[in-house]
Design a protein around this ligand. Structure first.
Ligand code: HEM
Length: 427
């Protein structure tokens, strides 16, 4: 396994599935077109490719390896069957099992199975119903409008990711939780470390990744636990307050549960939405006819346009499951203890399901993408909020800066997050 991507000029071409190593960082440094070609080769195999566990480990036990699920049908089936394809037992957000010391910070509901998962999801989901999100609408719209005011003041040439895309989800999550504005930067930097730890911009030495993750986790947990102590004394109407004070059913989160839920929220809600907005801006730049279509009827076309952005952006590249018993699915055998990776990015390009899958088509219908996860207990809790935020951002941008164009994206080096770190914009 290489630790840095090879110089693009020296890369060998991928001509068959045998040339693909999903554990190789160099693979994740390749441009989109090469990845698209590679995942198509993997989708066309008779059965999912199997890879050994990566050499990189967080210090836990090395497992037997993983099947790369790249077809839409396999991802739907595995997501619907959590008794066989579980999220607990080592975690859903990582290929190597999470060692015990990570559970304190990263042992949130995304890495659990029912009944523990169901209990937590029940407690926190009250904040994420469409009705609750509706109450946030004006805040989201006002925040998007302010970001565009400041973009217009800063002028062209600025970094779209840090000046525009990153700011809306960060502000909304911090506001929901009651985190004051002075701490936004602190949260932003730590969430970059948690999801960008494999990129040298965020953690310079690979050997330091485990330490950097634990430190970022501890600092985020401390921030929210300090806030929780205040809210237990004097409740307010923010989410932290409602999570640490018992609800009408007498349920509330413990300090550890609150800490790991907050870490989940800031990483799941920030990076993903930020990357959807950045990829969306790039897609609208390289497909000017789609921008024109959207401008003709912004509100009418927004719902489908947003789904199409999330389909192609697929900000979460994969989630992991562990096989709990020998099981046959779509004609292939999965053995107890093996892992499967649900490659949403690849499934969203499955030509068995999507016509002309690489085409960005803001009117695509139907669009059964799995960008927010497959059907099952872990389907994205923040999907309504994310849709709302992406819509608000593009409404402001396309109305007030309709000529805005994105430059070449600088990609995050990660197999997990399909991220853009920096991207200039001109208008
Ligand atoms: C475009 C934006 C987003 C994308 C692409 C996205 C993607 C995903 C995916 C793929 C999962 C499935 C995990 C699994 O099946 O193992 C997930 C779960 C989750 N997402 Fe999102 N997400 C987005 C925005 C958000 C936002 C804004 C929030 C909250 C503020 C959020 C909170 C969560 C939580 C809490 C879970 C775990 C649910 C559970 O385990 O029951 N997400 N998300």
């Amino acid at each position: 396994m290489t630790t840095q991507p090879t110089d693009p000029g020296k890369r060998t071409a991928i001509t068959s599935a045998a040339d693909i190593d999903l554990n190789d960082w160099d693979f994740w440094g390749r441009p989109d077109e090469e990845r698209e070609h590679a995942f198509r080769l993997l989708r066309d195999l008779d059965k999912p490719a199997f890879f050994p566990e990566p050499e990189f480990s967080l210090g836990g036990v090395t497992g037997p390896g993983y099947h790369a699920l790249v077809r839409h049908a396999d991802i739907l089936e595995a997501s619907r069957n959590p008794e066989v394809f579980c999220s607990g037992d080592g975690g859903a957000t990582n290929i190597p099992d999470l060692p015990a010391e990570f559970a304190e910070y990263f042992g949130s509901m995304i890495n659990m199975d029912d009944p523990r998962h169901a209990r937590l999801r029940r407690i926190v989901s009250r904040a994420f119903t469409p009705k609750m999100i509706k109450q946030f609408e004006s805040d989201v719209d006002a925040a998007a409008s302010r970001i565009v005011d400041e973009l217009l003041e800063t002028g062209p040439g600025c970094d779209f990711v840090t000046e525009v895309a990153a700011r809306l989800p960060l502000k909304i999550i911090c506001d929901m939780m009651g985190i004051p504005e002075k701490d936004y930067r602190f949260v932003f930097d730590r969430s970059n470390i948690v999801l960008g730890a494999t990129d040298p911009e965020y953690v310079s030495e690979r050997a330091d990744i485990a330490h950097a993750l634990l430190t970022a986790g501890m600092e985020l947990q401390q921030l929210v636990q300090d806030l929780a102590a205040l809210r237990m004394e004097t409740p307010t109407d923010d989410l932290t307050s409602s999570l640490v004070n018992a609800n009408i059913d007498g349920e509330r989160l413990t300090a550890q549960e609150l800490g790991s839920f907050f870490i989940l929220l800031v990483v799941a809600g920030n990076e993903t939405t930020r990357n959807a907005i950045s990829h969306g801006m790039r897609l609208l730049t390289v497909n000017p006819e789609q921008r024109r279509l959207w401008l003709e009827d912004f509100e009418g076309r927004a719902p489908r346009a947003i789904e199409e952005i999330v389909r192609l952006a697929a900000p979460v590249n994969y989630m992991r499951r562990k096989v709990t018993r020998d099981h046959e699915m779509n004609g292939n055998l999965y053995r107890k203890g093996e892992k499967v990776l649900l490659y949403y990015w690849a499934a969203n390009r499955d030509e068995r399901v999507f016509d002309d899958p690489l085409r960005f088509d803001i009117r695509r219908d139907p669009n059964p993408h799995v960008g927010f996860g497959g059907p099952g207990p872990h389907f994205c809790l923040g999907a309504h909020l994310a849709r709302r935020e992406i819509t608000a951002m593009f409404r402001e941008l396309l109305r007030r800066v309709p000529q805005i164009e994105a430059g070449e994206p600088e990609r995050l080096l990660s197999s997990f997050i399909n991220g853009i770190k920096h991207m200039t914009c001109e208008f």
